[in-house]
Design a protein around this ligand. Structure first.
Ligand code: DHK
Length: 149
């Protein structure tokens, strides 16, 4: 049976493509989903791809990934990166690799974006590659899982 990974996206990422394009680019969330589905398929991984503006919903989906025995989880926590202990605690429950991703280079930006709680549960962090970072995250996760390269 194919291994399944979760790709979760936090607040305001529904507006990708029109939201501050100088920072986040012109690709929409639908484009990102397409890229993720293709990259996952290339590595023979199943994928659950979701976005929510609500912290509790993201926590529920992380719990779901645990219950469904997902092989790994990629998360762009967006604005919850630096505030959400609830998301961090949910990630700590997972016994599979977590990859944190940001489209922009958060370290080049305002100070308040630098201190990620999520990083404390992450195997790896990718930031600054634009939406291509999602493909890198999936390829990296696939390598960790020993999936098809
Ligand atoms: C997205 C957001 O919405 C911000 O809150 C983060 C992140 C950066 C990104 O680069 O994908 O600070």
């Amino acid at each position: 049976m194919a291994k399944t990974i979760y790709v979760l996206n936090g607040p305001n990422l529904n507006l990708l493509g029109t939201r501050e394009p100088k920072i986040y680019g012109r690709a929409t969330l639908a484009d990102v989903e397409k890229l993720c589905r293709k990259t996952a398929a290339d590595h023979e991984l199943g994928i659950v791809f979701r976005q929510s503006n609500h912290e509790g919903q993201l926590v529920d989906w992380i719990n779901e990934a645990h219950a469904e025995k997902a092989a790994g989880l990629i998360i762009n926590p967006a604005g919850y990166t630096t505030t959400s202990i609830a998301i961090l605690d949910a990630l700590f429950i997972l016994e599979v690799p977590v990859i944190e991703i940001h489209i922009s280079n958060i370290h080049k930006r305002e100070e308040f974006r630098h201190n990620s709680y999520v990083s404390k549960a992450a195997h790896a962090v990718i930031c600054g590659f634009g939406v291509h970072g999602y493909a890198l995250a999936i390829a990296g996760l696939a390598a960790l899982l020993g999936a098809k390269e």
